[in-house]
Design a protein around this ligand. Structure first.
Ligand SMILES: Cc1cc2nc3c(=O)[nH]c(=O)nc-3n(C[C@H](O)[C@H](O)[C@H](O)COP(=O)(O)OP(=O)(O)OC[C@H]3O[C@@H](n4cnc5c(N)ncnc54)[C@H](O)[C@@H]3O)c2cc1C
Length: 300
């Protein structure tokens, strides 16, 4: 659908061809494709995902220190089955800290689908790897045994991938703008980034229209792009990032605190599933966390 809308607006869509290199030159940006073609432009947008060639080649991405690695399965189910297992209200389940995973597993029932997954936040090096597939499958089996998952769920067609966990230090440079995952613009706790990609792309489009009007493609001029997306999405990222840092740094303590406090669990669930706005949850979670932390210290 998005491709069709772009085509209707005059875009040229080149499938199965990759950008291999990008060079910022005097008065232009030069793009080299893997079929040998080169293209010149006044400006380029890097919307090429978490492993963005644009971000790497322009020096905006040196090294992502942390990544979220996830594995998931989504399957269609009869609504009656979902009603029976998860009620008509569709109760969600979150399982933090499964088998040493720094992250959580989830079971999110939808109207006629069930989405199950596991996300592991890890440093971007080899020391922190886990066999997520076997951890995930053994969890699904345990949930089935406890009748928390319908017995008909099979283990085929698992999906998975990598999500960035925080934005790049800078999401623009001379003649370049980065959007979505390429810029690391994402909800750092839930790993959701479709909305963020669309919002940042809108701001990129507005900024580029202004850049053409002013005939100014400099880093200084394009810095307004970052101000725009940050105004829309920065508040959420700023609130969540410190908590996701605590999540990674002091994981076991956090889990033991959260597990004992159903109210805090409920608030975090709202945050992860985006049920309530981050602004509304910010102080509620902070206050509740401090209270639970004090209780934890008194008990230990
Ligand atoms: C398993 C999984 C589940 C997820 N579930 C959700 C969810 O439920 N809700 C949600 O909001 N988010 C979810 N996300 C995150 C979401 O998918 C991303 O945040 C979102 O797709 C980012 O959009 P994007 O356009 O920036 O990047 P992408 O969707 O990654 O698109 C990048 C595009 O660039 C292309 N590309 C890459 N390199 C090159 C190159 N060198 N040359 C040319 N083209 C290139 C790719 O082929 C791709 O088409 C999930 C992510 C994963 C991994």
């Amino acid at each position: 659908m998005l491709v069709k809308r772009a085509l209707d607006k005059g875009a040229i869509f080149r499938d199965n061809i990759k950008v291999e290199d990008i060079k910022i030159l005097e008065g232009q940006v030069k793009i080299l494709l893997n079929n040998g073609e080169t293209h010149k432009a006044y400006i380029a947008i890097g919307a090429d995902g978490v492993n963005s060639v644009t971000a790497k080649k322009t020096g905006l991405l040196k090294n992502r220190r942390h990544l979220g690695v996830c594995i998931l399965k989504e399957t269609m189910l009869d609504e009656e089955v979902l009603d029976e297992f998860y009620t008509e209200k569709r109760s969600c389940y979150i399982y933090p800290g499964i088998d040493g995973v720094t992250g959580y597993a989830w079971v999110f029932p939808k109207k006629n689908r069930l989405n199950m997954g596991l996300i592991h936040y890890r440093r971007n090096n080899k020391t922190d790897k886990k066999n997520l597939k076997s951890i995930f499958l053994s969890l699904l089996q345990k949930l089935k045994d406890k009748k928390l998952l319908p017995p008909t769920i099979d283990y085929s067609n698992l999906g998975g991938g990598i999500v960035p966990v925080w934005p790049l230090e800078k999401t623009y440079t001379d003649r370049i703008i980065l959007c979505g995952d390429a810029a690391g613009i994402i909800n750092p706790l839930s790993g959701e980034g479709i909305y963020h990609a669309i919002v940042s792309a809108n701001h990129a489009a507005d900024t580029i229209i202004e850049a053409f009007e002013e005939k100014n493609f400099s880093e200084d001029f394009l810095s307004k792009y970052e101000k725009k997306w940050f105004q829309d999405l920065g508040e959420e990222i700023r609130v969540i990032l410190p908590s996701s840092n605590i999540w990674r740094r002091d994981y076991e303590k956090l889990i033991s605190i959260v597990k004992r406090d159903p109210i805090l669990t409920e608030l975090l669930l709202d945050l992860i599933t985006s049920q309530t706005s981050v602004k509304n949850l910010r102080w509620k979670i902070t206050k509740r966390y401090i209270l639970s932390l004090l209780r934890h210290h008194l008990e230990h």
